[in-house]
Design a protein around this ligand. Structure first.
Ligand code: KG4
Ligand code: ZN
Length: 352
């Protein structure tokens, strides 16, 4: 089965062609980083307009790089939740148009499920790596979400959240700290690079939600400690101090993420641990998870960097699973923001 997938939930316009066994035939990502950089974060209105400008050529590129025609695909998958609602709407409307014109079925995909299954993607040139087996626990750490999930099977009903952040997402903390230090947007990759040259022991930030037993996170206090330091001392003018702040912040953030992922695996009695989301590209986090997993006799599965950050291939794979189960969307498929999803969950709880 071949799926054409479209992703536009935040600031990346993506389209991909994916086979139902996880083989990625093409994966095109048009990043909007340059557009949002002057503002230090994503501006929703600009994101929607840029998706609209780029989506059709990104889709055409994905088909031509895969060497196939639209008539060859079996279904069109699209991220319809959660995300910036205006940004999601562009992808959903393009997907409906393509599906209608090509008379192909449509599949709505939850962006988070896409991330949680990205570990099954196989790209050309990837070493022949094993995939995890179910059940596994997965840390999803991105710019908008940070939570640990137990994944019993590749469908949303079999995925349970074990703990999440109470405030900022981990990626948001990297982005905010980078902004405080005048390092630009997005902060993760630049902090990762500078941290490698710094000494993490030079600053002792307090670790939020450090207590064992809880799988919840909190990152806003960590960011505030650095904000206070910058208020008192200014942005360091020497490269060493700057690198030391990056290294010490990254040490605290990645240690708590890695430790709680392994705690979750121990608590659940599960042998396989998986990383997902943009922060999973962080070198220290990857090293720490690998090291802790070995220590606790768990096996760590770390997707390649292109599968960690936002991409349409992961939406295609999650879409293939839904398509195989016959879970197609109707023409009134809607785009749902994170806020709306949270409101629906609260309402559902209230009814019980
Ligand atoms: O998954 P993603 O591409 O988009 C969202 O769904 O949010 O994640 C983007 C986030 C940004 O906050 C970015 O700073 C962070 O992932 N990120 C990193 C690294 N690369 C990207 N954080 C830490 N270290 C990295 N190497
Ligand atoms: Zn994402």
């Amino acid at each position: 089965m071949l799926i054409l997938a479209i992703e536009s939930s935040c600031d990346d316009t993506g389209a991909a062609v994916v086979r139902d066994d996880g083989a990625v035939l093409s994966d095109v990502v048009q990043s909007q980083i340059a557009l949002h950089t002057p503002y230090g974060g994503v501006i929703p209105e600009l994101a929607s307009r840029d998706h609209l400008k780029n989506a059709s050529h990104v889709v055409r590129d994905a088909l031509s790089r895969a060497g196939i025609a639209l008539t060859d695909v079996d279904a069109i998958a699209v991220t319809n939740r959660p995300g910036l609602v205006g940004a999601l709407l562009v992808g959903v409307q393009i997907a409906k148009g393509v599906a209608w014109a090509a008379r192909k079925p449509l599949v709505g995909v939850d962006h988070l499920v896409g991330h949680l299954l990205a570990v099954f993607l196989r790209r050309e040139g990837d070493a022949a790596v094993e995939a995890p087996s179910f059940p596994y626990v997965c840390l999803l750490a991105s710019g908008g979400h940070t939570a640990i999930y137990r994944v019993d099977a590749p469908d949303a009903a079999q995925i349970v959240e074990l703990g999440a952040t109470r405030d900022d997402a981990a990626g948001e903390a990297f982005d905010k700290v980078a902004k405080l230090l005048g390092l630009g947007y997005p902060g993760g990759p630049v902090i990762d690079r500078l941290a490698a040259q710094g000494d993490a022991s030079k600053f002792a930030w307090k670790t939020p939600m450090a207590q064992r037993g809880s799988l919840e996170f909190s990152f806003s206090g960590l960011k505030s400690q650095i904000a206070r330091h910058v208020e008192e001392h200014g942005i360091p003018s020497d490269a060493n101090t700057l690198a030391n702040i990056c290294a010490s912040f990254q040490r605290v953030a990645t240690s708590v993420l890695a430790r709680k992922l392994i705690d979750a695996a121990v608590q659940e009695g599960v042998d396989h641990v998986v990383l997902a989301g943009g922060v999973a590209a962080n070198r220290e986090l990857r090293a720490r998870v690998t090291e802790l997993a070995e220590k606790h006799r768990k096996k760590a599965f770390l997707p390649g960097l292109a599968s960690c950050t936002d991409n349409a291939a992961m939406i295609g794979y999650a879409g293939a699973i839904r398509a195989k189960a016959g879970e197609f969307a109707s023409w009134d498929l809607v785009a749902t923001s994170a806020t709306e999803l949270a409101r629906q969950t609260r309402k559902g709880r209230g009814k019980r």
